[in-house]
Structure formats: C-alpha cells, structure tokens
Design a protein around this ligand. Structure first.
Ligand code: PAF
Length: 284
C-alpha cells in the first residue's frame, strides 16, 4: 500500500493504471475510518482492480460555526485500517493542494442541494460536490462508493455525475449500524454515554415509522414521529421529512418509494439517519 500526499502524483499513478486497463475504485472519506468505511472498501475490493481511499477533511463543506477544526483526526489508525483491508493507495492531500488560495471554481447541484440538510447547512453540498469532482478527476475512478447514511449526498453526487457526463459510476452502500441500531458515524465519537443512549432512539423511531408506513397515512406518520423525536432528551430536531426517493421532493400519498430522513442535535452533536420505505402495490 502506498500513501500519496500530492494530487498531481496521485493523478499520474491513476493514469498509469488506466493505461494498463485496470479498473479503479475510489472510497472518498474525511478519515476517522469506521465499520461503515470498511464496508465501502470491501465493496471496492470486490469490484475493482485498484482501490484508492482518499482522506481529506474538506474545509469548503463546513460552515463557519461548524466542527471543521475539531473533526476527529486519526490518521495513523486510518492508515492501519487501510493496510489491513488491502487498499492499494491512501490519498491524503493537504488543504493547500486541493484548495489553494486562488481556487475559484465551485459546482452546485440546483434544487437537490437546497432541501433537507442544505436548508440548515448553506454551501455544504457545494463544498462536497466540488471536492468529490476533484477527487474523481485525480483518481480517474471507474466506481466510487458512498454510504446511504448521507442519502442526500449520494443523490446529489449521482445527479452531478449524470449531468456532467462523468464516467464514474456511483455505488450506494447500505447504512452500517451498531447493535443498538445507531448508524455508525465519525461524529458518534463526540457523544457522551448519556447522549449515546439518547441517540439510540433515532433508529428505533425510524424503524417504527417504516412499520407504520405499511398501514397509516403520511401525515399521521410524520406527526407521530415528530412527537417521538421531541421526547428524546438533550435533543433539538433540525428536520424529519418524508421525501421522494428519486428527486427529494416532498412525498405525498401517491409516492411509492420514499425516504424518511432526519437530522437531529443530541447535545452539541448533529446526527443524521434515514430509512427507505416502499409502498406495496395493492392486491386486487
Ligand atoms: O462523506 C464524506 O465523508 C464527505 O462528504 C466526502 C464525500 C468525503 C467529501 O468530502
């Protein structure tokens, strides 16, 4: 496994692999690797000849009042995890290499970037998409792997690759959960013991909602879920929305495949989670 810290060098190496006819998989991360990332790496290992893991805490996707400076940094452990999981290259560029002071180009995915998390984190997805586009160009990726916990991010990246004719195929990967149901996230490391207990309610509430989805109407589900979220101790809800799986517009009674997406503060930690729900066709 090689660690590459320079974008130009990484791109040269990737182009060499393309020339050899190798298929390249990219797992873009901000480090603090966990079981969720390992599942993405495993998928790339199965599909691709070469697996590149990028580790870059991207300043352009954090708001000025967000956790950029305190985002967990565990580089040594991350490199070990990559080694153990047969990664070929770890790409760890500097901020100056990715976003030098004279960087002027940003990419936006209209509408999709403005709903759900976009309402609460202005410019977040513009930063994500721009970093991801750069990583696709640097890595020459044939496939790139994204966890479904960040469902809106996955949809936005998928749309961008289609709109801009990228060759990179976006591979969605299921949410990895702890035994308690809590979706695994690098930010879980911020939680105290009590906050972690409170956070375990999130997936329970979503699970109950998907049971209700089979028999109850959307308004009922939404109200009962809002009620339950409000009762989680030390919490503040950003949103709990039921949206169309395809375009993130608000779902109505006729939408067959929906996503129930939530963002909630537990103490000073913002967590997101979601569940996909599909309405069964009525038997005649
Ligand atoms: O999901 C993440 O870790 C980041 O948003 C990503 C995709 C690596 C872009 O910085």
């Amino acid at each position: 496994m090689r660690i590459i810290k320079n974008a130009l060098q990484m791109q040269k190496i990737a182009l060499g692999h393309v020339k050899n006819g190798d298929e390249i998989g990219l797992v873009p991360t901000m480090g603090a690797l966990h079981e969720g990332h390992i599942s993405l790496i495993a998928k790339s290992e199965r599909n691709d000849d070469i697996t590149i893991v990028s580790i870059f805490v991207n300043p352009t996707q954090f708001g000025s009042n967000e956790d950029y400076l305190k985002y967990p940094k565990t580089a040594k452990k991350d490199v070990e995890i990559c080694k153990r999981n047969h990664v070929d290259y770890v790409f760890m560029p500097t901020v100056n290499d990715m976003f030098p002071a004279d960087h002027k180009t940003f990419i936006e995915v209209e509408i999709l970037q403005d709903v759900l998390c976009g309402k609460f984190r202005p410019n977040h997805f513009r930063g994500v998409v721009t970093a991801v586009v750069k990583l696709f160009n640097i890595s020459c990726a044939d496939r790139s792997y994204f966890g479904m916990k960040d469902f809106q991010q996955f949809k936005i990246i998928e749309k961008m690759t289609k709109d801009l004719n990228f060759k990179t195929k976006i591979i969605p990967c299921p949410i990895v959960r702890e035994k308690s149901g809590l979706a695994i996230s690098s930010r879980n490391s911020y939680l105290s013991v009590e906050e972690r207990k409170a956070s375990e309610n999130i997936s329970k509430i979503l699970k109950e909602a998907s049971e209700d989805f089979k028999i109850k109407d959307l308004n009922f589900i939404k109200e009962s879920v809002l009620d339950k979220f409000k009762k989680i101790p030390e919490s503040k809800l950003d949103y709990a929305e039921i949206v169309d799986f395809n375009d993130l517009s608000l779902a109505d009674g006729n939408t067959r495949k929906v996503v129930f997406a939530v963002a909630i503060w537990i103490g000073r930690t913002r967590l997101i989670d979601n569940t996909v729900m599909i309405k069964q066709a009525k038997c005649r």
